[in-house]
Design a protein around this ligand. Structure first.
Ligand code: GTP
Ligand code: MG
Length: 438
């Protein structure tokens, strides 16, 4: 549709027509109800409060059943979120109820980070929903929505004031979830102290800027009861699954030596008010607020973080398509830049390696030359030595020959002398014999 057509269309006056007879679109609300009932509902409650404050008992009392009775230990090293889902049915309405316990809350010596796992859990559920929404093939129709619809914040009935852990945690959670503060184990605090405690808590929440869930007053049908109930916050509750006989009726109560605290007696505690507000009157508003306020905020921040926006810098409408194109261009540019950077880095690296290799080659060459020189020097020395030895050997040989010649000559001379002596002896003896004969 062209812009001018659009303008004409929006400027055109809406016409109210009266129908000539029954058409049937007045059945739309019934169709809606029937569809919702068939589909079923999901409701997710987060219970935050210190170990043993009465979270499980209150849940059991609220839904008039027994969920888990498991006790948490006081030795958790950090807060841990434990979700448990139950399928409930009342008349023909199916409710998928998830109760998430912040196990170990308030048990650590250093409580600075106690809120973090809770915030992370809530964000993770938002993120899962957002991822489902952003899928090409979405199946939100049968998606199990785990986003937290309400956080029941259990305040310890000290009668003094809120602990800093309570204030910090509620402050961190108030933009992410509908918080309903409740004073737990309200039977342990006297009536006048409870009244003062409630006022103190509310003033502390206001002075610290903690936004708690306000029961809506814009729907005429519930405006009155909701505004009355807003003034009763925080609800002081008592939980019990024990049944005690009061008069001739069995009621859920806590029995003490001095009397009975009836859970559903409005003059004893605010349990009925809480059940009325949480389940019977405002369950749908809590679900709606979660979707339209808290999830919307998460989604907006997340998409903005990803670079999506509705208007350009001149505050002109900016479509998702345009954002996508701009982002794509930015991304491609960035990719190209990175590619070029990497190519350059690679070239530089190759150059560096080449230079290094050359340097190594040169060093090796030098080493080789050096070794060659040493080797030649050694060879020359050995050659000289060999020559010297040869000369020595020759001289020795010459001397040896001379000695041998001398030896043989002297031997000859000696043998001649001996021969001569022998001859002389023989001559002498023959002379003597001649003499003798004569
Ligand atoms: P963990 O899950 O272990 O953190 O405990 P929890 O917060 O679920 O508390 P749980 O409901 O197990 O209750 C702990 C103890 O407190 C039990 O002995 C309950 O009977 C008792 N209790 C629960 N609700 C109330 C209450 O309203 N008043 C009093 N006086 N005691 C309560
Ligand atoms: Mg419990």
């Amino acid at each position: 549709m062209a812009a001018t057509d659009l303008e004409r269309f929006s400027n055109e006056e809406k016409r109210n027509l009266s129908l000539g007879g029954h058409v049937g679109f007045d059945s739309l609300p019934d169709q809606l109800v029937s569809k919702s009932v068939t589909q079923g509902f999901s409701f997710n409650i987060l219970c935050v409060g210190e170990t043993g404050i009465g979270k499980s008992t209150l849940m059991n009392t609220l839904f008039n059943t027994t969920f888990e009775t498991e006790e948490a230990s006081h030795y958790e090293s950090a807060v841990r979120l434990r979700p448990r889902t139950y399928d409930l049915q009342e008349s023909n309405v199916h409710l998928k109820l998830t109760i998430v316990d912040a196990v170990g809350f308030g048990d650590q010596i250093n409580k600075d980070e106690s809120y973090r796992p809770i915030v992370e859990y809530i964000d993770t559920q938002f993120e899962n929903y957002l991822q489902e929404e952003l899928k090409i093939r979405r199946s939100l129709f049968n998606y199990h929505d785990t986003r937290i619809h309400v956080c029941l914040y259990f305040i310890t009935p000290t009668g003094h004031s809120l602990k800093s852990l309570d204030l910090v945690t509620m402050k961190k959670l108030d933009s992410k979830v509908n918080i309903i503060p409740i004073i737990a184990k309200a039977d342990t605090i006297s009536k006048s102290e409870l009244h003062k405690f409630k006022i103190k808590i509310m003033s502390e929440l206001v002075s610290n800027g903690v936004q708690i869930y306000q029961f809506p007053t814009d729907d005429e049908a519930v405006a009155e009861i909701n505004s009355v109930m807003n003034a009763h916050l925080p609800f002081a509750v008592v939980g019990s699954t024990e049944e005690v006989k009061v008069g001739n009726k069995l009621v859920r109560a806590r029995q003490y030596p001095w009397g009975v605290v009836q859970v559903e007696n409005e003059s004893h505690c605010d349990f009925v008010k809480l059940r009325e507000m949480l389940i019977r009157v405002n369950m749908e508003d809590l679900r709606e607020q979660t979707h339209t306020r808290h999830y919307e905020l998460y989604r907006r921040c997340k998409l903005e973080e990803m670079g999506f926006k509705d208007t350009d810098p001149d505050s002109q409408p900016f479509s998702l398509q345009e954002t996508y194109e701009t982002k794509r261009k930015e991304f491609l540019g960035e990719l190209q830049r990175k590619e070029e950077e990497m190519r350059q880095m690679f070239v530089n690296k190759v150059k560096e390696t080449e230079a290094e290799l050359k340097e190594k080659e040169r060093e090796l060459h030098e080493k080789f030359e050096h070794l060659k020189r040493i080797h030649q020097e050694e060879k020359r020395k050995v050659e000289e030595k060999r020559k010297e030895l040869e000369d020595e050997m020759n001289a020795f040989n010459r001397r040896k020959v001379a000695v041998e010649t001398l030896q043989s000559q002297s031997l000859q001379a000696t043998s001649q002398q001996a021969l001569k002596k022998d001859k002389d002896k023989k001559k002498q003896s023959s002379y003597l014999s001649l003499l003798h004969i004569n």
